[in-house]
Design a protein around this ligand. Structure first.
Ligand SMILES: Cc1ncc(COP(=O)(O)O)c(C=O)c1O
Length: 188
């Protein structure tokens, strides 16, 4: 048995050990199959359930106009981009969407991402870096925590507006190193 094989066996054992620890803490999660589209009622394992956990608040996932537009776009442009937008050409429907979004918001430009996770990673890492400080509410979505870690900024988490104010004041007074930016949406 070569070294490589031994390494794979050890990795499997290590992964099993970690999975067992996750199960022991009751943190093991599994995907469950859904046999219907997203909507107020969903079907799973032969049962119809009321759906209270979706983020599809406006019912856009199954909206007839969006489905029709998606079908037309697939017929015309296919089902994949082929490569990153920067590399191999950025498809016309993306530009049309971004122009429409920018006009709707009355701003210079808009950029669309294929997921919330990608939006957090893409924007936070583009705007902030090693010299910056990010104050995160303790309950923000995990993608914001990952993006904040990835961009290399100093991280402070807070569970109340009082703590956020306190950290903000310490940043502004230079007691915590890094650049602090203010925003018209932030009133502390
Ligand atoms: C506030 C918030 N941000 C980000 C995400 C991640 O979005 P996605 O699953 O599209 O990556 C979610 C997903 O539920 C969310 O609720």
């Amino acid at each position: 048995m070569g070294d490589g094989t031994q390494l794979v066996i050890s990795l499997n054992e290590e992964l099993q050990r970690r999975l067992a620890a996750i199960r022991e803490q009751d943190l093991y999660r599994e995907l469950w199959r859904m046999d219907s589209p997203q909507g107020p009622r969903i079907e799973t394992a032969g049962r119809t359930l009321l759906n209270f956990s979706s983020n599809d608040y406006l019912g856009l996932a199954s909206h007839p106009a969006l489905k029709e537009a998606a079908i037309k776009a697939v017929e015309r442009f296919g089902a994949g981009s082929g490569a990153s937008r920067l590399l191999c050409g950025s498809l016309a429907p993306h530009h049309e969407l971004e122009e429409a979004l920018a006009a709707f918001k009355g701003v210079e430009a808009a950029l669309s991402f294929s997921s919330g996770y990608a939006a957090a990673a893409g924007t936070i890492c583009a705007l902030l870096g090693n010299d910056d400080i990010i104050i995160l509410d303790k309950l923000v979505h995990a993608c914001l925590v990952d993006a904040a870690r990835l961009c290399g900024a100093k991280l402070r988490s807070a569970s109340s507006i009082t703590t956020i104010s306190m950290i903000w004041r310490r940043c502004s007074n230079g007691l915590i190193g890094g650049t602090s930016y203010t925003s018209p949406h932030l009133r502390l």
